[in-house]
Ligand binder design. Sequence first.
Ligand code: SAH
Ligand code: SF4
Length: 412
Amino acid sequence: MTDAFTATGTAAAPAFVEKQPLGRYAAPERPSLVGMSRATLADALARLGVPERQRRMRVQQIWHWLYVRGARDFAAMTTLSKELRAALALSYTLARPEVAAEQISVDGTRKWLIRLPGDEGGAPHEVECVYIPEDDRGTLCISSQVGCTLNCTFCHTGTQRLVRNLTADEIAAQVVLARDRLGDWGAMGESPPLKGGGERRRLVSNIVMMGMGEPLYNFEAVRDGLAVVADGEGLSISKRRITLSTSGVVPHIARAGAEIGSMLAVSLHAVTDELRDRLVPLNRKYPLRELIDACRNYPGVSNARRITFEYVMLKGVNDSLADAHALVRLLKGIPAKINLIPFNPWPGTTYECSDWAQIEKFSEIVFAAGYASPVRAPRGRDILAACGQLKSATEKLSARERLALRAMAMTD
Ligand code: SAH
Ligand code: SF4
């Protein structure tokens, strides 16, 4: 949030302000192979003197250990020669990003605070990663940046001053780390568990890029990191099960369709430029009309591959029934899903979450327009009635936080 406008947005619209991401950070002395792409691994092997004719095969073997078996020790990589294992261990590690804190909720939701290298001599950086188990899937919500250069007024991440882009490795490593913490690898020493028809279901089956940061402002790293995640011979989470959420970086939307090929979610939150300018200041650069056009033209969009529109429910701000009608009018003709996200309050925000009765009325209008269950009412009602307070300690996620997370993750 910039100082120039308030959360209620009554101040005159200031010039659009974005923070500058830090250009560099101190990488570890011995880099980790975890999260590396095939090309980077091949370069690493070349530096260790592995002859070119062997590299493809060696990359394939290491790939399997890293991303199918979840190997944490070079000694476990028994298909490699002892010499190669020793050489790898001298120059590289299999380190995962460090977990600074873990919260586990009664319903199995887990949140990890991940510590990443900071500036030379400076404090480390932290991002969040959340796992949300449901009956038919397990969704991992991953981050693309430390902080965010944008300043959406209802978003806590937007208030952080410091921004640095995650590397492609750090993006993919979040999935490896989650599989570690959840015990989500095939048993070591078995034949590969994912071969053939009898596919074992992994706990982490879906990815949403809805953690910290604006993924389309870290385009190359997000593209390359997600390619590692989607690789069918490794982590193997298909692009149909990966959803990238953007606040509306219009010039990169078509490129995302072509080069990343994941499902798309768009943080809409308002149906007029006047309001969206206040909630999502990026709208001043790329107004609604341009955003909606980009969605209409998103490569591969169809009824089978709909765009998810996220709409955070802010009491008295964007939650009138007229807004609901305008929302369905605005999205007419676009293969769309609508996720109504209960606002998750944070210390210092002046916004409040809409009343549950209002969310239901809003949701009924959206439902009547043909959009399936835009919010999970019964479950949400139970949780909201039971709690609705922000967590006081750091032990557990609050009920409201879980509800917001689940609504965000509901992208199929
Ligand atoms: N930067 C990207 C992705 C990360 S945010 C984007 O903005 O789309 C993921 C989603 O959470 C977005 O729809 C965002 O608007 C929403 N969000 C942010 N803060 C929130 C809050 N306090 N309560 C509920 N949803 C929030
Ligand atoms: Fe938050 Fe997303 Fe806006 Fe960034 S773009 S401030 S992460 S809502």
